[in-house]
Design a protein around this ligand. Structure first.
Ligand code: NAD
Ligand code: UDP
Length: 336
């Protein structure tokens, strides 16, 4: 299939392009490089030895998006493009609502106009709010604590209504848990600007010597070792989940968790990192981060049942590949 990947130069999008190309699909990338680099697309061509048409466009621009659909026989869309920083979304909510929702509307309209009937959307476990674990797709989403989370819930709703009105359409709403790690080549991975908000890039930067020590947010949670618990998933497993989704989605709109089904605490991740890489991670405990929940992990059985997909890589693989990427001096120069 010819798959239009919006945000294909970003962290999850780039890994998904590799997995799609590996499985014989063709990929067209649309990205405005707001949070990525053009050089990543060159690297994708290097890793896969495949041609990848690239459109440097803002996917909130309807005519620019229509042009892509008119120039390619597109079979499916995977829509990653969006803003994702929870804290920033509280400061500039309208920017988040605009980018994340308008881009989804524009792509849905183009899909309708050009009769493209497969649509995969990047949603998030954040829509579950502070539900009981494990999070199951049948649970009612709860209000999130930030505009970013609300954009995900709203886009799910929009795509659900879109599919109801268009019976030919197959929509997968993929709720990601905590993607970490990098491609085994060490050429692509996550390189946030400034001080990272997320745990794994914070750890790799501490170990690299860019930051002094990890601050563990809270050691008074009702969890196994009193630190927060998350479902970390290797980004390559997540990428492969998208290929399974695009290959197997049925008519209608369907929600799928993409997680491992296992909860790992902050301290367990630190210990796994030390074991995987033979390096100490200096840390200290500080107070809880506002808005954080104690425990979040998936019931990952639906994707297994319906797509035959499960995450194969464990936390040791995640820690090794995250460090391998951070540690490649080449990646420091060229990529975000
Ligand atoms: P990312 O920032 O690395 O990638 C997003 C890409 O979209 C970037 O390349 C950016 O330049 C591009 N982009 C943003 N707005 C655009 C626009 N209007 N037009 C064209 N390109 C645009 O983020 P990521 O971690 O790869 O996340 C991808 C998607 O998955 C996002 O929608 C995010 O909200 C969602 N998600 C991410 C996580 C996570 O932990 N990384 C968790 C759950 C959901
Ligand atoms: N965390 C931490 N120190 C950091 C960043 C995160 O202790 O510098 C903790 C955070 O409180 C949570 C877990 O690590 O329990 C995962 O946080 P992250 O921001 O990576 O993901 P999210 O909170 O969005 O699930």
């Amino acid at each position: 299939m010819n798959i239009l990947v919006t945000g294909g130069a970003g962290y999850i999008g780039s890994h998904t392009c590799v997995s799609l190309l590996d499985k014989g699909h063709k990929v067209i990338i649309a990205d405005n490089f707001y949070n990525s680099r053009k050089s990543t697309v060159k690297l994708l061509r290097q890793i896969t030895s495949k041609e990848i048409p690239l459109y440097q466009v803002d996917v909130t621009n309807q005519s620019a998006v229509n042009k892509i659909f008119s120039e390619h026989q597109i079979d499916g869309v995977i829509h990653f493009a969006g803003y994702k920083a929870v804290g920033e979304s509280l400061e500039v909510p309208l920017t988040y609502y605009w980018n994340n929702i308008i881009s989804t509307l524009v792509l849905a309209k183009a899909s309708r106009k050009y009769d493209v009937n497969r649509f995969v959307f990047s949603s998030s476990a954040t829509v579950y709010g502070d539900n009981e674990v494990p999070f199951v797709e049948t649970m009612n989403p709860l209000p999130t604590t930030n505009p970013y989370g609300e954009t995900k819930a709203m886009c799910e709703r929009i795509l659900l209504d879109f599919s109801r009105a268009n019976p030919k359409l197959s929509v997968a709403l993929l709720r990601y848990f905590n993607p970490v790690g990098a491609h085994e080549s060490g050429l692509i991975g996550e390189k946030p600007d400034g001080v990272p908000n997320n745990l794994m890039p914070y750890i790799t930067q501490v170990v690299k010597g860019k930051l002094e020590k990890l601050k563990i947010f809270g050691n008074d949670y009702p969890t196994k070792d009193a630190t927060g618990v998350r479902d970390y998933i290797h980004v390559v497993d997540l990428a492969e989940g998208h290929v399974s989704a695009i290959d197997h989605i049925q008519k209608g709109a369907h929600v799928y968790n993409l997680g491992t089904g296992r909860g790992t605490s902050v301290l367990e991740l630190v210990k796994a990192f030390e074991k995987a890489n033979g390096i100490k991670v200096p840390y200290e405990f500080v107070s809880r981060r506002p808005g954080d929940i104690a425990i979040c992990y998936a019931d990952a059985s639906k994707a297994k049942r319906e797509f035959g997909w499960t995450a194969k890589r464990d936390v040791i693989d995640m820690c090794r590949d995250a460090w391998n990427f951070e540690n490649q001096s080449k990646s420091l120069v060229e990529y975000k």
